[in-house]
Design a protein around this ligand. Structure first.
Ligand SMILES: Nc1nc2c(ncn2[C@@H]2O[C@H](COP(=O)(O)OP(=O)(O)OP(=O)(O)O)[C@@H](O)[C@H]2O)c(=O)[nH]1
Length: 671
C-alpha cells in the first residue's frame, strides 16, 4: 500500500521558507513537518497530536498543516517526559473488528500511556470542505497535563486531582465512519463503490454475492468503513430532509477527464450544507486524457483549495477501473474519521436511521437500519414515525444472520408491517406496550402541531432570530447563464452586513431541481431563479415541503426580494402613510373626466395616484384613488398646502364641502 504519511517529512512549498539557521535533526531533515507525518513518526495518533498542539497554543488549520522544528522538539520532549514511547507507540486504529458487529473496544480503557492533553469538549464540527480540525479555536494554553486514563488513575491519584476531570466521553468507544459517495453523473460513483465492494467486502457465505441493502461494510487495514450504497446527493439529501444525518464523510467523485460539472457543484453544496467533511476523489486517472491538475485548479475557484496548493482539501487521484489510489482513499477516510473522533456507545440507548425499505415477495417488509447508538437485538421493539414492529430476524450486509448489531452497523431487519422510508429515525421500546404508547404520543403531538401551525403566526424572533445575533439568509440561486449566476453572486456578496450573512448554498445554471428543493428544505433556504422557472413537479414538491421558489426576469426585482429576506420579511410589509387633506369648494363637470372637485389643500400635500378617503360631515362616504390632479389646465403630480387644485377621483358623487384625505402605502423599511 502506498504510504500516505511518509516518514520523511517534506517541505511545504506554499508555506514560509525555512527560518535561517534552522537546525536539521536526524528525523526531521527539513525545517518544517506536516502534523500527520510527525504523529506517525513519534507513534501517536493525529487526534492526540492536535491535542498536544492545542495545549501548546500552536495555531494550525488541519493535520496537513506544517509545524516548526522548535515545536517538533518541544512535542518530543513532552512525550518523552510523560514516558510515551516516542518511537514505538501505536497509531490507533479507530475501528478494529469485534464480535458484536459494529462494536469497538475502547482503546483508552486498556492500560495505556497517559495522554498528554485531552480536550473535554468533543471535536468541533469542521467547516464545510475542510479537514476536520480546520478552524479549531486554540484553547487557552493549559499545561501539558491531562486526565489520566482510567487504567492509570489509581497509580497517579495526587496528580490526577490537579488535572481537569476526566470526561466520560473517553469511555465511549470509537465507531466506524459512515461514508457517502456523491458526484456528477457518469463520473464513476457506482464503479468506485463496486471496486471497494469487490476488494474489501468479505463474502460470508460460499459464493456469497452481497445483496443490495443500501449499505455495505468494507474491511480495511485501518478498520471498518461503512459505505452508503446509493450514490448521489439525492439519497443523501432525502435522508437529511427527514432530519437525520447518516454520513460522517462525503466522497466527491470528479472524473479527471471532465472536471467540475453541475452535479459536482451540487454535491459539494450538499456536503457543505450538512457540514460533512469532504474528500475529493479524482477518478478515471487511467485515461490518457485525464487532467487531475485541471480538476484541482477548478476546485480552487469554489474556494476549495487542495492540500498541495496550500489548502486543506484532501484530494486523492483514483481509478475505479484499475484500483489505483483506492487504498489511499480508504486511508484518508480512516484518517478523517480518526480526527472526527467518531464515537458511539454500544451500551447506550438505541437509535438509528432507515437507510432503505422494500417489500420482498417471500420475506415481507425488509428495512435496512443504520445503528447509530446502542445495540439492536432480535426481539427488540422498534418505533419508526407512528408505526412500530418487533425484530423477527436480522441480517448483516453480507447476508449473514446476526443476533445483535452495534453502532455504525447497517442491518437488514425483518419485522416491520409497513415499508419505512429512508431517513426516518428509529428508536427502540422496552416492550409492545411502550412501543404503542410512544406511537400514540407521537400521533397526538403531530395533531397538536398541525393545529398550532394553523393558529400561530411566526413571532418576529422566530423570523429574525434572537436580537443581536448574526442572522443567515440561506439562498439557492438558479439562473439561465453562468454570467447571470456570477453577476448575482457579486451583487449578493455586497449585501452582507454585520448582522446578516448571505449564504448562497448552491448556485447553478438551469431550472431548480428536486434536489435543490430538498437542500432548501433542510436548510430553510429560499430558491431564487433568474430567467428560469421551476417545472410543475418540482413546484409541487416545493409546496409540500414549504420551500419558496421565486422566479424573476428583472434582476432588480430579485434583488428587492433579497432585501426583503435580509429584513426578515418574506413578503413586503406596507403601511398607510397620511399625506394631506383638501376641502372641496366647488364641483366642476367635465365631459370626459366626469366630476372634478375644485379644492383647496389645507394640510400636507395631495399626490396623483394616492389613496383618497372622502368624508362628509363625520361620515366616510367613499374610499378610492386620486386618478388625476390639475393646477389650472396642467396635470400635476402633487399639490402642496395653500394651493387650489382640481381633484379627479375614481368616483363621481363628490360634493361641495367634502374633505378629501390623501394617503399612500409605503413599504416598511426596518422591521
Ligand atoms: N476509464 C475509466 N472509466 C471509468 C472509471 N470509473 C468509471 N468509469 C466508467 O465511467 C462510466 C460511468 O461510470 P459509473 O460508475 O456508472 O458512474 P456513476 O457516477 O455511478 O454514474 P451514474 O450512476 O449514472 O450517476 C462507466 O462506463 C464506467 O465504466 C475509471 O476509473 N476509469
Amino acid at each position: 500500500m502506498p504510504d500516505l504519511f511518509p516518514d520523511q517529512p517534506f517541505i511545504d512549498d506554499f508555506h514560509a521558507a525555512p527560518p535561517t539557521g534552522a537546525r536539521t535533526s536526524p528525523e526531521v531533515s527539513m525545517s518544517k513537518i506536516r502534523i500527520y507525518s510527525l504523529a506517525k513518526e513519534v507513534g501517536v495518533d493525529n487526534h492526540r497530536m492536535l491535542e498536544i498542539l492545542d495545549g501548546l497554543g500552536v495555531q494550525y488549520k488541519s493535520v496537513s498543516s506544517t509545524i516548526e522544528e522548535d515545536t517538533v522538539e518541544l512535542i518530543k520532549q513532552i512525550l518523552a517526559e510523560e514516558g510515551t514511547d516516542a518511537t514505538g507507540g501505536q497509531v490507533s486504529d479507530p475501528t478494529p473488528d469485534t464480535e458484536v458487529a459494529g462494536e469497538t473496544p475502547e482503546p483508552a480503557a486498556a492500560p495505556q500511556p497517559t495522554p498528554a492533553v485531552q480536550t473535554a469538549a468533543p471535536t468541533p464540527e469542521p467547516a464545510p470542505g475542510q479537514m476536520p480540525s480546520e478552524g479549531r479555536a486554540v484553547p487557552p494554553t493549559p499545561t501539558a497535563t491531562a486526565p489520566a486514563s482510567p487504567a492509570t488513575q489509581g497509580a497517579a491519584a495526587t496528580q490526577v486531582e490537579e488535572r481537569p476531570t476526566a470526561p466520560a466521553e473517553r469511555e465511549v468507544p470509537h465507531r466506524a465512519p459512515v461514508v457517502t459517495i456523491m458526484g456528477h453523473v457518469d463520473h464513476g460513483k457506482t464503479s468506485l463503490l463496486d471496486y471497494i465492494r469487490k476488494t474489501k467486502v468479505a463474502a460470508k457465505e460460499a459464493g456469497g454475492i452481497t445483496q443490495h441493502v443500501g449499505a455495505f461494510e468494507a474491511q480495511t487495514s485501518k478498520g471498518r468503513i461503512v459505505f452508503i450504497d446509493t450514490p448521489g446527493h439525492e439519497a443523501f439529501t432525502t435522508i437529511r430532509a427527514r432530519g437525520a444525518n447518516v454520513a460522517d464523510i462525503a466522497i466527491i467523485v470528479i472524473a479527471a477527464d471532465d472536471s467540475l460539472m453541475p452535479q459536482t457543484r451540487e454535491a459539494i453544496a450538499h456536503a457543505q450544507a450538512a457540514k460533512v467533511p469532504m474528500i475529493v476523489a479524482i477518478n478515471k486517472i487511467d485515461l490518457a486524457q485525464a487532467d487531475p491538475e485541471r480538476v484541482k485548479t477548478d476546485l480552487t475557484q469554489l474556494n476549495l483549495v487542495p492540500e498541495e496548493y496550500g489548502g486543506d482539501l484532501v484530494v486523492v487521484p483514483v481509478s475505479a477501473r484499475t484500483g489505483e489510489g483506492v487504498e489511499d482513499l480508504l486511508e484518508y477516510i480512516s484518517l478523517t474519521a480518526e480526527l472526527e473522533d467518531l464515537r458511539a456507545d454500544p451500551k447506550g440507548t438505541f437509535s438509528g436511521v432507515i437507510i432503505e425499505g422494500k417489500v420482498d415477495k417471500q420475506a415481507g417488509v425488509l428495512a435496512t437500519v443504520m445503528v447509530q447508538e446502542g445495540t439492536l437485538h432480535i426481539g427488540d421493539f422498534l418505533v419508526v414515525g407512528e408505526r412500530y414492529g418487533k425484530i423477527k430476524a436480522m441480517t448483516d450486509t453480507g447476508g449473514g444472520r446476526i443476533k445483535e448489531a452495534g453502532p455504525s452497523t447497517p442491518v437488514q431487519v425483518l419485522g416491520f408491517s409497513d415499508v419505512p422510508e429512508s431517513g426516518e429515525k428509529v428508536v427502540s421500546a422496552k416492550n409492545e406496550h411502550a412501543a404503542r404508547e410512544l406511537v400514540d404520543a407521537r400521533a397526538g403531538q403531530r395533531r397538536d402541531a398541525e393545529n398550532a401551525r394553523v393558529r400561530n403566526r411566526l413571532t418576529l424572533e422566530e423570523m429574525m432570530g434572537p436580537v443581536g445575533t448574526v442572522r443567515t439568509v440561506n439562498l439557492i440561486l438558479r439562473a439561465d447563464t453562468q454570467g447571470s449566476v456570477e453577476a448575482l453572486q457579486g451583487i449578493l456578496a455586497r449585501k452582507e452586513s454585520e448582522d446578516v450573512k448571505i449564504n448562497v448554498m448552491f448556485a447553478g445554471i438551469g431550472s431548480p431541481s428536486e434536489a435543490d428543493v430538498l437542500l432548501a428544505s433542510t436548510a430553510e433556504a429560499t430558491i431564487l431563479c433568474f430567467s428560469v422557472t421551476a417545472a410543475g413537479g418540482v413546484k409541487k414538491i416545493a409546496d409540500s415541503k414549504g420551500v419558496e421558489i421565486k422566479s424573476y426576469r428583472i434582476i432588480y426585482e430579485l434583488i428587492d426580494e433579497v432585501d426583503r429576506l435580509i429584513k426578515g420579511t418574506s413578503e413586503p410589509v406596507f403601511e398607510e402613510k397620511y399625506l394631506g387633506r383638501a376641502e372641496v369648494r366647488m364641483v366642476i363637470r367635465h365631459p370626459k373626466s366626469g366630476n372634478i372637485a375644485g379644492s383647496y389643500v389645507t394640510d400636507g400635500s395631495l399626490k396623483r395616484n394616492s389613496k383618497a378617503k372622502v368624508t362628509r360631515g363625520r361620515q366616510v362616504v367613499y374610499e378610492g384613488t386620486i386618478v388625476g390632479l390639475k393646477r389650472f389646465k396642467d396635470d400635476v403630480r402633487e399639490v402642496q398646502t395653500g394651493y387650489e387644485c382640481g381633484i379627479n377621483l375614481d368616483w363621481d358623487d363628490v360634493m361641495e364641502g367634502d374633505i378629501i384625505e390623501a394617503s399612500e402605502m409605503v413599504e416598511v423599511t426596518s422591521a
